[in-house]
Ligand binder design. Structure first.
Ligand SMILES: Cc1cc2nc3c(=O)[nH]c(=O)nc-3n(C[C@H](O)[C@H](O)[C@H](O)COP(=O)(O)OP(=O)(O)OC[C@H]3O[C@@H](n4cnc5c(N)ncnc54)[C@H](O)[C@@H]3O)c2cc1C
Length: 350
């Protein structure tokens, strides 16, 4: 029997989940096709929000808008499921050289950045476990999202409303008509692809300049470590509760697969030893591939030939920060309420 819906989404990582959230919040009828992948980028990512980017210590793009929007959205989703998913937590950047210290001090006093620095006294924090005597710069408006939790709850809800098909999307079964698409027994006004880095295999989007980056993350258990902050020094140590800590992450552009490697494990453990002196056991090791793109701006919008086909992708290393705002932005555009921002519009590539 034929079924008519508003939107067909392909992929239920963070991108597809957030777009589903905003479209259904607006009363739209949505079906998702997603092949469950235990090591998708969204399931492997520790989900950190960091308002400051890179060695040059600059404010993350659109941070003043994106951070409050993301936090509010995650709080609304928490309320919807009556579960805790977003953990606000300061980051401690561990700084050793005098030059680095000066750079950070200068940035922390600049008017546009100072809201992102906390004035908590860090002098005595964690001195019993830290290697050396680093200066500890405390960053606020940061934290981490339990992404597998969030997409897991949404998936259960989709299953209970028969709004998800757990399968591979079959391109041969898709047909474009004037104002709609037909996929198997489904007719939809639009199809939106949210496939993460797998979009490189999609015949409609092969031309986009994706630059996917594999990343690996360890989970350790340590009874000797107790943190109320995320520690960062060339890597992160993220406390997740129950004496568990995520350690990561590596970057590799050569081998795009979800296979953990001994090389990455050794690298991460060496970095860990540079930061803290504690005993631990490694309890998990995962790898995933980030949907990173060349100019680090998301791909949102429509195919140049098939206007009924859209894309929401390119969230790169900052999906937790970008997904809520830009899923809402795209949903509003799909509902005819707003123009797409030029900077994220995929038409910039075409
Ligand atoms: C190691 C690592 C660390 C990271 N750390 C952070 C971090 O700290 N903070 C942060 O914000 N971001 C981080 N990221 C990035 C973050 O994971 C991504 O930005 C975001 O999760 C991408 O979501 P997505 O939905 O676009 O892609 P994905 O999570 O890859 O989801 C795509 C989904 O589509 C499905 N799919 C694809 N093709 C098909 C098809 N043809 N048919 C059916 N289903 C299909 C896949 O199975 C998957 O479920 C990290 C990523 C990695 C790998």
């Amino acid at each position: 029997m034929k079924k008519k819906i508003d939107f067909l989404l392909v992929g239920q990582g963070l991108a597809g989940s957030m777009l589903y959230w905003w479209l259904t919040q607006n009363g739209k009828n949505v079906l998702v096709v997603d092949r469950y992948h235990p090591f998708s980028s969204s399931r492997v990512a520790p989900g950190i929000i960091h308002p400051i980017t890179g060695r040059r210590i600059v404010k993350t793009w659109m941070a003043d808008t994106l951070i409050p929007f993301a936090e509010q959205t995650y709080r609304d989703i928490e309320k919807h499921f009556n579960e805790t998913l977003f953990h606000k937590m300061n980051i401690l950047e561990l700084v050793h050289s005098v030059k680095e210290q000066n750079d950070w001090m200068m940035k922390s006093s600049s008017p546009e950045m100072k809201n992102y620095f906390s004035d908590e006294n860090t002098n005595t924090l964690y001195n019993d476990v830290l290697q050396g005597e680093p200066k500890k710069i405390s960053i606020s408006q940061s934290g981490w999202l339990n992404i597998p939790g969030l997409i897991g709850f949404l998936r259960k809800e989709m299953e209970s409303t028969e709004s998800i098909w757990n399968e591979d999307f079959e391109h041969d079964s898709l047909a474009f008509h004037d104002d709609e698409v037909v996929y198997k027994n489904i007719t939809a006004s639009r199809i939106i692809f949210c496939e993460g880095y797998q979009a490189i295999h999609n015949p409609l989007w092969k031309h986009l300049p994706f630059l996917p980056a594999k990343g690996e993350v360890l989970t350790i258990r340590s009874e000797e470590l107790s943190l109320d902050h995320i520690l960062i020094k060339s890597m992160f140590i993220l406390p997740c509760g129950n004496h568990l800590f995520k350690i990561g992450a590596t970057y590799s552009w050569d081998e795009l697969n979800e296979t953990p490697t001994e090389k990455a494990k050794e690298h991460l453990l060496n970095l860990l030893h540079d930061v803290v002196d504690v005993s631990y056991e490694v309890v998990d090791h995962q790898a995933g591939v980030r949907p990173t793109v060349k100019n680090r701006r998301p791909f949102i919008g429509f195919h140049h030939e098939h206007k009924q086909a859209g894309i929401f992708n390119g969230l790169g290393t900052k999906g937790v920060l970008l997904a809520p705002y830009f899923a809402n932005h795209f949903a509003e555009h799909l509902l005819g309420k707003t123009e797409l921002m030029k900077e994220v519009n995929v038409a910039r590539i075409n």
